[in-house]
Design a protein around this ligand. Structure first.
Ligand code: ADP
Ligand code: ZN
Ligand code: ZN
Length: 678
């Protein structure tokens, strides 16, 4: 007798294809079993899903149910808890459940047969059985009173815990203790971090603390073989600790007992393509589902999280003191407009330059933050006002002096710098503005004896380059470090006593309502890189060069007053009906022409049954209206009620799948629920 099994398929949801399809199998199959099944003329991966009485199978009456091609039952079925997570995430972020579930499995998994799978699993088991013990296990320090309170609160809480700790207040130490409790209880701990490049340092700290415990990382920087191995260790319950970036929140963890989201405010927890999920929000959901503690750690929580804490939905636990009693660096806001004529135009105000010089003399380090890589953001012709635009994007091409190229940071187009203006032949074309490359060059001229290094996406392209450059900073081979936001986060620099934001003003006037929140977090983070050594903390400084010294953001920064800043921002958001006081979704359309994209969105808008709780705005071009010859348009959907918005999306999205066929020239469309960038 053959069994009918519902299967979640690795196929984008398109017209006529429901969430699940039925297949026939000789044997009864448990939900969560990996399969290969025929779909049209193709063969695709699938997972046996749960019978959903509300959705009676995908095959209409009279359609023949096809047999399963292969059953990969060497792999233990993906557990029910994990399937519910996929169900929720797929529904919330408006994707097919199979599309989501299969896209988050390690890619290599689909290529293996049962024999190969068994071999990989045996290797994983052998690895776990002989897990290496580090030479120097670390001894946990005695926690201070605030940290003890925090650890106890995490164990006791029945809600997510917001660990609101200033930089250097010992948050990681709290994670380590909470993880120790989970491990002692026989559970797994999942630690999420924003950036891959922060995992090595943290990995070392965890493995030294838990000698012999199986610790794996999960992030997009792993080779396919590593990714599969680490994932198998997690799924088989062999890994005790899983450290990873956002995708790790979707790993099956049968003994999960703790979830930590470090730097929870970081935008990189939101996936920007495919299923645009928020790993932080899914962590909270998963913790609630399993009734296990979730810790959201940050010195500058996202306003959503802060609001949740104020509303009592999360428990806020403060760590107000830096370890060792070190003071926070003194913040000096330099009003560039008040400087004597001529000085404001210089790259560094004379006072700041002198302060850096002083550090060099004392053998201390300085960090200069400039959030723009390359030499200059644009080249300009003084005769005809030609600018180095990208022919394919609505962006300037950036001048990179090292290899004398003009590069588009959006489509990647790179060309040699022209010798003369392409429009009028004038030889006098010059860079406008300043990126990290130019800052480094100017510093070298201003501080001829200083050892100056630069860390940004360009300087760290080669494998291992970032580690090497960070090592040089740690070992004191660098006097002044120039970098983008890459260096502002997480690093435990010991010798830096001065941090300066060279030109942060752009973010004050951005059209994105989250720009001030991001700038404040970045500057607080950057300030946190100074004076991490308590002995030096007293003379540590954070300088901000600005033409808008009166801006309230800087006033709050001076006092290290996150709460005042958050209160002011939340009030603005409340008045403007913006998150967290409203829920948003963004419908995006990409097409050969803006008119096609707009027509799709207009038709979509007409189909939506908005009711009086949901507002659909008119389609508009986003900040980057054209990328790689593709025109983009977007439409904002807003509601004070998350439920109302979800209800609208659930009814609307299937119609959009059908609508697409009527719009030739539409390249793609997507919905972004809780978008981070608008
Ligand atoms: P954060 O994650 O908040 O930046 P960390 O946990 O990294 O802070 O702590 C900063 C430094 O202080 C680290 O070197 C850490 O080992 C040390 N530290 C943390 N807690 C204690 C403690 N209770 N006693 C002594 N040292 C501590
Ligand atoms: Zn010209
Ligand atoms: Zn381009």
């Amino acid at each position: 007798m053959s069994h009918k099994v519902p299967v979640a398929l690795d196929a984008p949801r398109h017209a006529g294809l429901g969430a699940l399809l039925d297949y026939a199998s000789e044997q009864a199959l448990s939900a969560g079993t990996l399969l290969r099944v025929p779909l049209g003329r193709r063969e695709v991966a699938g997972l046996v899903w749960d019978d959903d009485p509300a959705e009676p199978g995908g095959a209409p009456d009279g359609v023949e149910i096809k047999p399963v091609t292969a059953v990969l039952d060497a792999l233990p079925p993906l557990p029910s808890e994990w399937r519910r997570l996929m169900d929720f995430a797929a529904a919330y972020y408006q994707r097919g459940v199979g599309e989501l579930a299969l896209s988050v499995l390690p890619p290599e998994l689909r290529q293996l047969d049962n024999t190969q799978l068994l071999r990989r699993m045996k290797r994983a088991r052998d690895l776990a059985a002989a897990w290496p013990v580090p030479d120097q296990p670390s001894v946990p320090p005695v926690l201070n009173a605030e940290q003890q309170t925090a650890v106890a609160a995490i164990a006791a809480a029945d809600k997510p815990v917001l660990l609101h700790g200033v930089t250097g207040s010992g948050k990681t130490e709290v994670y380590l203790h909470a993880a120790a409790q989970a491990l002692e209880a026989g559970r797994q701990a999942l630690i999420l971090v924003p950036e891959i490049n922060l995992t090595p340092q943290l990995e070392a700290r965890f493995s030294e603390r838990f000698p012999g415990r199986v610790l794996v990382s999960l992030h997009s920087g792993l080779t396919p073989a590593q990714r599969l191995r680490h994932w198998l260790l997690a799924h088989l319950g062999l890994a005790d600790l899983v450290l990873g970036t956002r995708l790790a929140v979707l790993a099956p963890l049968p003994r999960l007992g703790l979830i930590v989201v470090d730097e929870e405010h970081d935008p990189s927890f939101k996936q920007q393509e495919g299923a645009r999920y928020s790993a932080r929000d899914l962590a909270v959901w998963r913790g609630r589902q399993l009734k296990v503690p979730v810790v959201l750690g940050s010195a500058t929580p996202s306003l959503e999280t802060w609001h949740n804490a104020q509303q009592g939905r999360y428990v806020r636990v403060p760590l107000a003191e830096r370890i060792g009693g070190g003071a926070m660096p003194r913040v000096r806001v330099l009003d560039m407009s008040a400087l004597p004529k001529g000085e404001g135009e210089r790259v560094l105000a004379p006072a700041l330059l002198a302060a850096i010089q002083e550090r060099i003399t004392r053998g201390e380090q300085s960090l200069l933050l400039l959030n723009r890589r390359g030499y200059a953001p644009v080249l300009h012709c003084s005769a005809c006002s030609w600018k180095s635009g990208c022919p394919h994007c609505s962006a300037w091409r950036v001048f990179h002096k090292v290899d004398r190229t003009l590069r588009c940071h959006h489509c990647g187009l790179a060309e040699r710098v022209p010798r003369a203006c392409p429009d009028c032949g004038n030889l006098d074309i010059s860079p406008i503005g300043r990126g990290t490359e130019k800052l480094q060059e100017q510093l070298a001229a201003l501080l001829p004896d200083a050892r100056i290094a630069r860390i940004d996406a360009d300087s760290t392209k080669a494998v291992g380059a970032l580690e090497q450059q960070l090592q040089a900073v740690h070992s004191g081979d660098v006097d002044v470090l120039v970098g983008t936001q890459m260096v502002a986060k997480g690093h435990d620099f010991r010798r830096i006593t001065l941090v300066a934001a060279v030109n942060p003003d752009g973010a004050l006037f951005s059209s994105d309502f989250r720009a001030p929140e991001r700038l404040f977090a970045l500057l607080m983070q950057a300030a946190g890189r100074a004076g991490r050594d308590a002995e030096q903390a007293a003379r540590s400084e954070m300088w901000v060069q600005t033409w808008n010294a009166q801006h309230p953001l800087f006033a709050a920064l001076k006092r290290h007053d996150y709460e005042a800043f958050a209160a002011a921002q939340l009030e603005e958001r409340r008045v403007a009906c913006l998150p967290p006081f409203a829920s948003l979704a963004l419908l995006r359309a990409d097409a050969k022409t803006a008119a096609v994209a707009k027509a799709f969105l207009d038709d979509a808008s007409a189909l939506a049954e908005a009711g009086d709780q949901v507002t659909l705005y008119r389609p508009v071009p986003p900040h980057m209206a054209r990328i790689a010859d593709v025109d983009r348009m977007q439409m904002l959907v807003e509601s004070p009620s998350r439920v109302a918005l979800q209800r609208l999306l659930a009814a609307w999205l299937p119609q959009l799948h059908a609508l697409r066929a009527q719009h030739k020239g539409l390249i793609r469309w997507a919905v972004d629920v809780d978008p981070l960038a608008i």
